[in-house]
Design a protein around this ligand. Sequence first.
Ligand code: GDP
Ligand code: MN
Length: 373
Amino acid sequence: MNLHEYQARDILRRHGIPVPPGEVATTPAEARAIAERFGGKVVVKAQVHAGGRGKAGGVKLAKSAAEAEAHAKAILGMTIKGLTVHKVLVAPAAEIATESYVGIIVDRTSQRPVLMVSPAGGIDIEEVAAKTPEKIHRLAVDPRYGLLPHQAVALGFALYSDVKQARAAADIMQKLYGVVYAVGASLAEINPLVTTADGTVQALDAKIGIDDNELERRPEIAALRDVSSEAPEEVAAREAGLTFIKLDGDVGCCVNGAGLAMATMDLVKYYGGQPANFLDIGGSSNPQKVVAALRIMTSDPRVKVILFNIFGGITRGDDVANGIVQATKEFPLKVPIVIRLTGTNEKEGIAILERAGFKALADMDEAVKQAVA
Ligand code: GDP
Ligand code: MN
């Protein structure tokens, strides 16, 4: 789950990281009133779960409250990377001297939280990594000891030659490390971390991604979810108890079990296709889950074919077949469907499908090949 910048800023602030004040507006008039309280010179920032808002025109400086209102009018309702902006953050404009990057990700390869810092901040860190990788400094933190003061100071000096600034940055890194554990983050990033004209070090942008598995024991973090800013199909999938991840291809996949779902996507690619999604209907197979899965896939205009790959264990073939038939009674499928169905209650499932005019295959390769074709 991703947090909005304003939510991430609040968390950073609560952990003692210097973050300028800021307030959220949902209308241009509100933005104006906030800008007036901050003295007029503000930055107006789109609150969407996407980076690169600056480049997309979603971050604008204003010299007066009236200008802030105009910026808010332009930004509210705009789409950035397919996401509609419903809120803007209005904050006093900082006078930036330098921009650097500080981020922590939970890294699977090293199985540790990895702290990354770069004096080349402000821009996409992916771009820095691709073009000037020598400007990124990394430290895999040993979770037994945490981020030690001398390690943080050493990285502070990778950002600033000034001792006070290096120490201030080190302090921010240690606090950010605390944030990762406190909120269950898989990513916590400050970009840019700035020095201002008077020399202070501040976090001007904040991005936090929460590991979904941490949400159950952190209701206060789970409550920060903003459903209006998530892809509608992902919201529908979560509510139906499906594990769903949208991808860029056109082969809609509906599979039982995460491992089989991964293997199915691999095979789709192997035969020259591109999966439109990862979708795991899970171990039990309530027909309603299948209906929900089909509703989600058929509502995506990019999906050109639907591929079912069911290897029944706990999942029963007749439940899945009933779900498919039920769905076709509720809405048109619009695209061809290829069904592979074996395992528990296979015979019953196939009979149900055949009565409704569908064919089922037993071979996974054959089904994937047909779907791709
Ligand atoms: P992002 O593009 O989504 O990462 O949004 P950021 O919040 O990082 O803003 C993008 C860029 O806008 C920053 O790198 C800064 O250069 C600039 N910016 C953001 N806030 C301010 C501010 O308060 N003052 C000034 N002068 N520039 C800002
Ligand atoms: Mn940024």
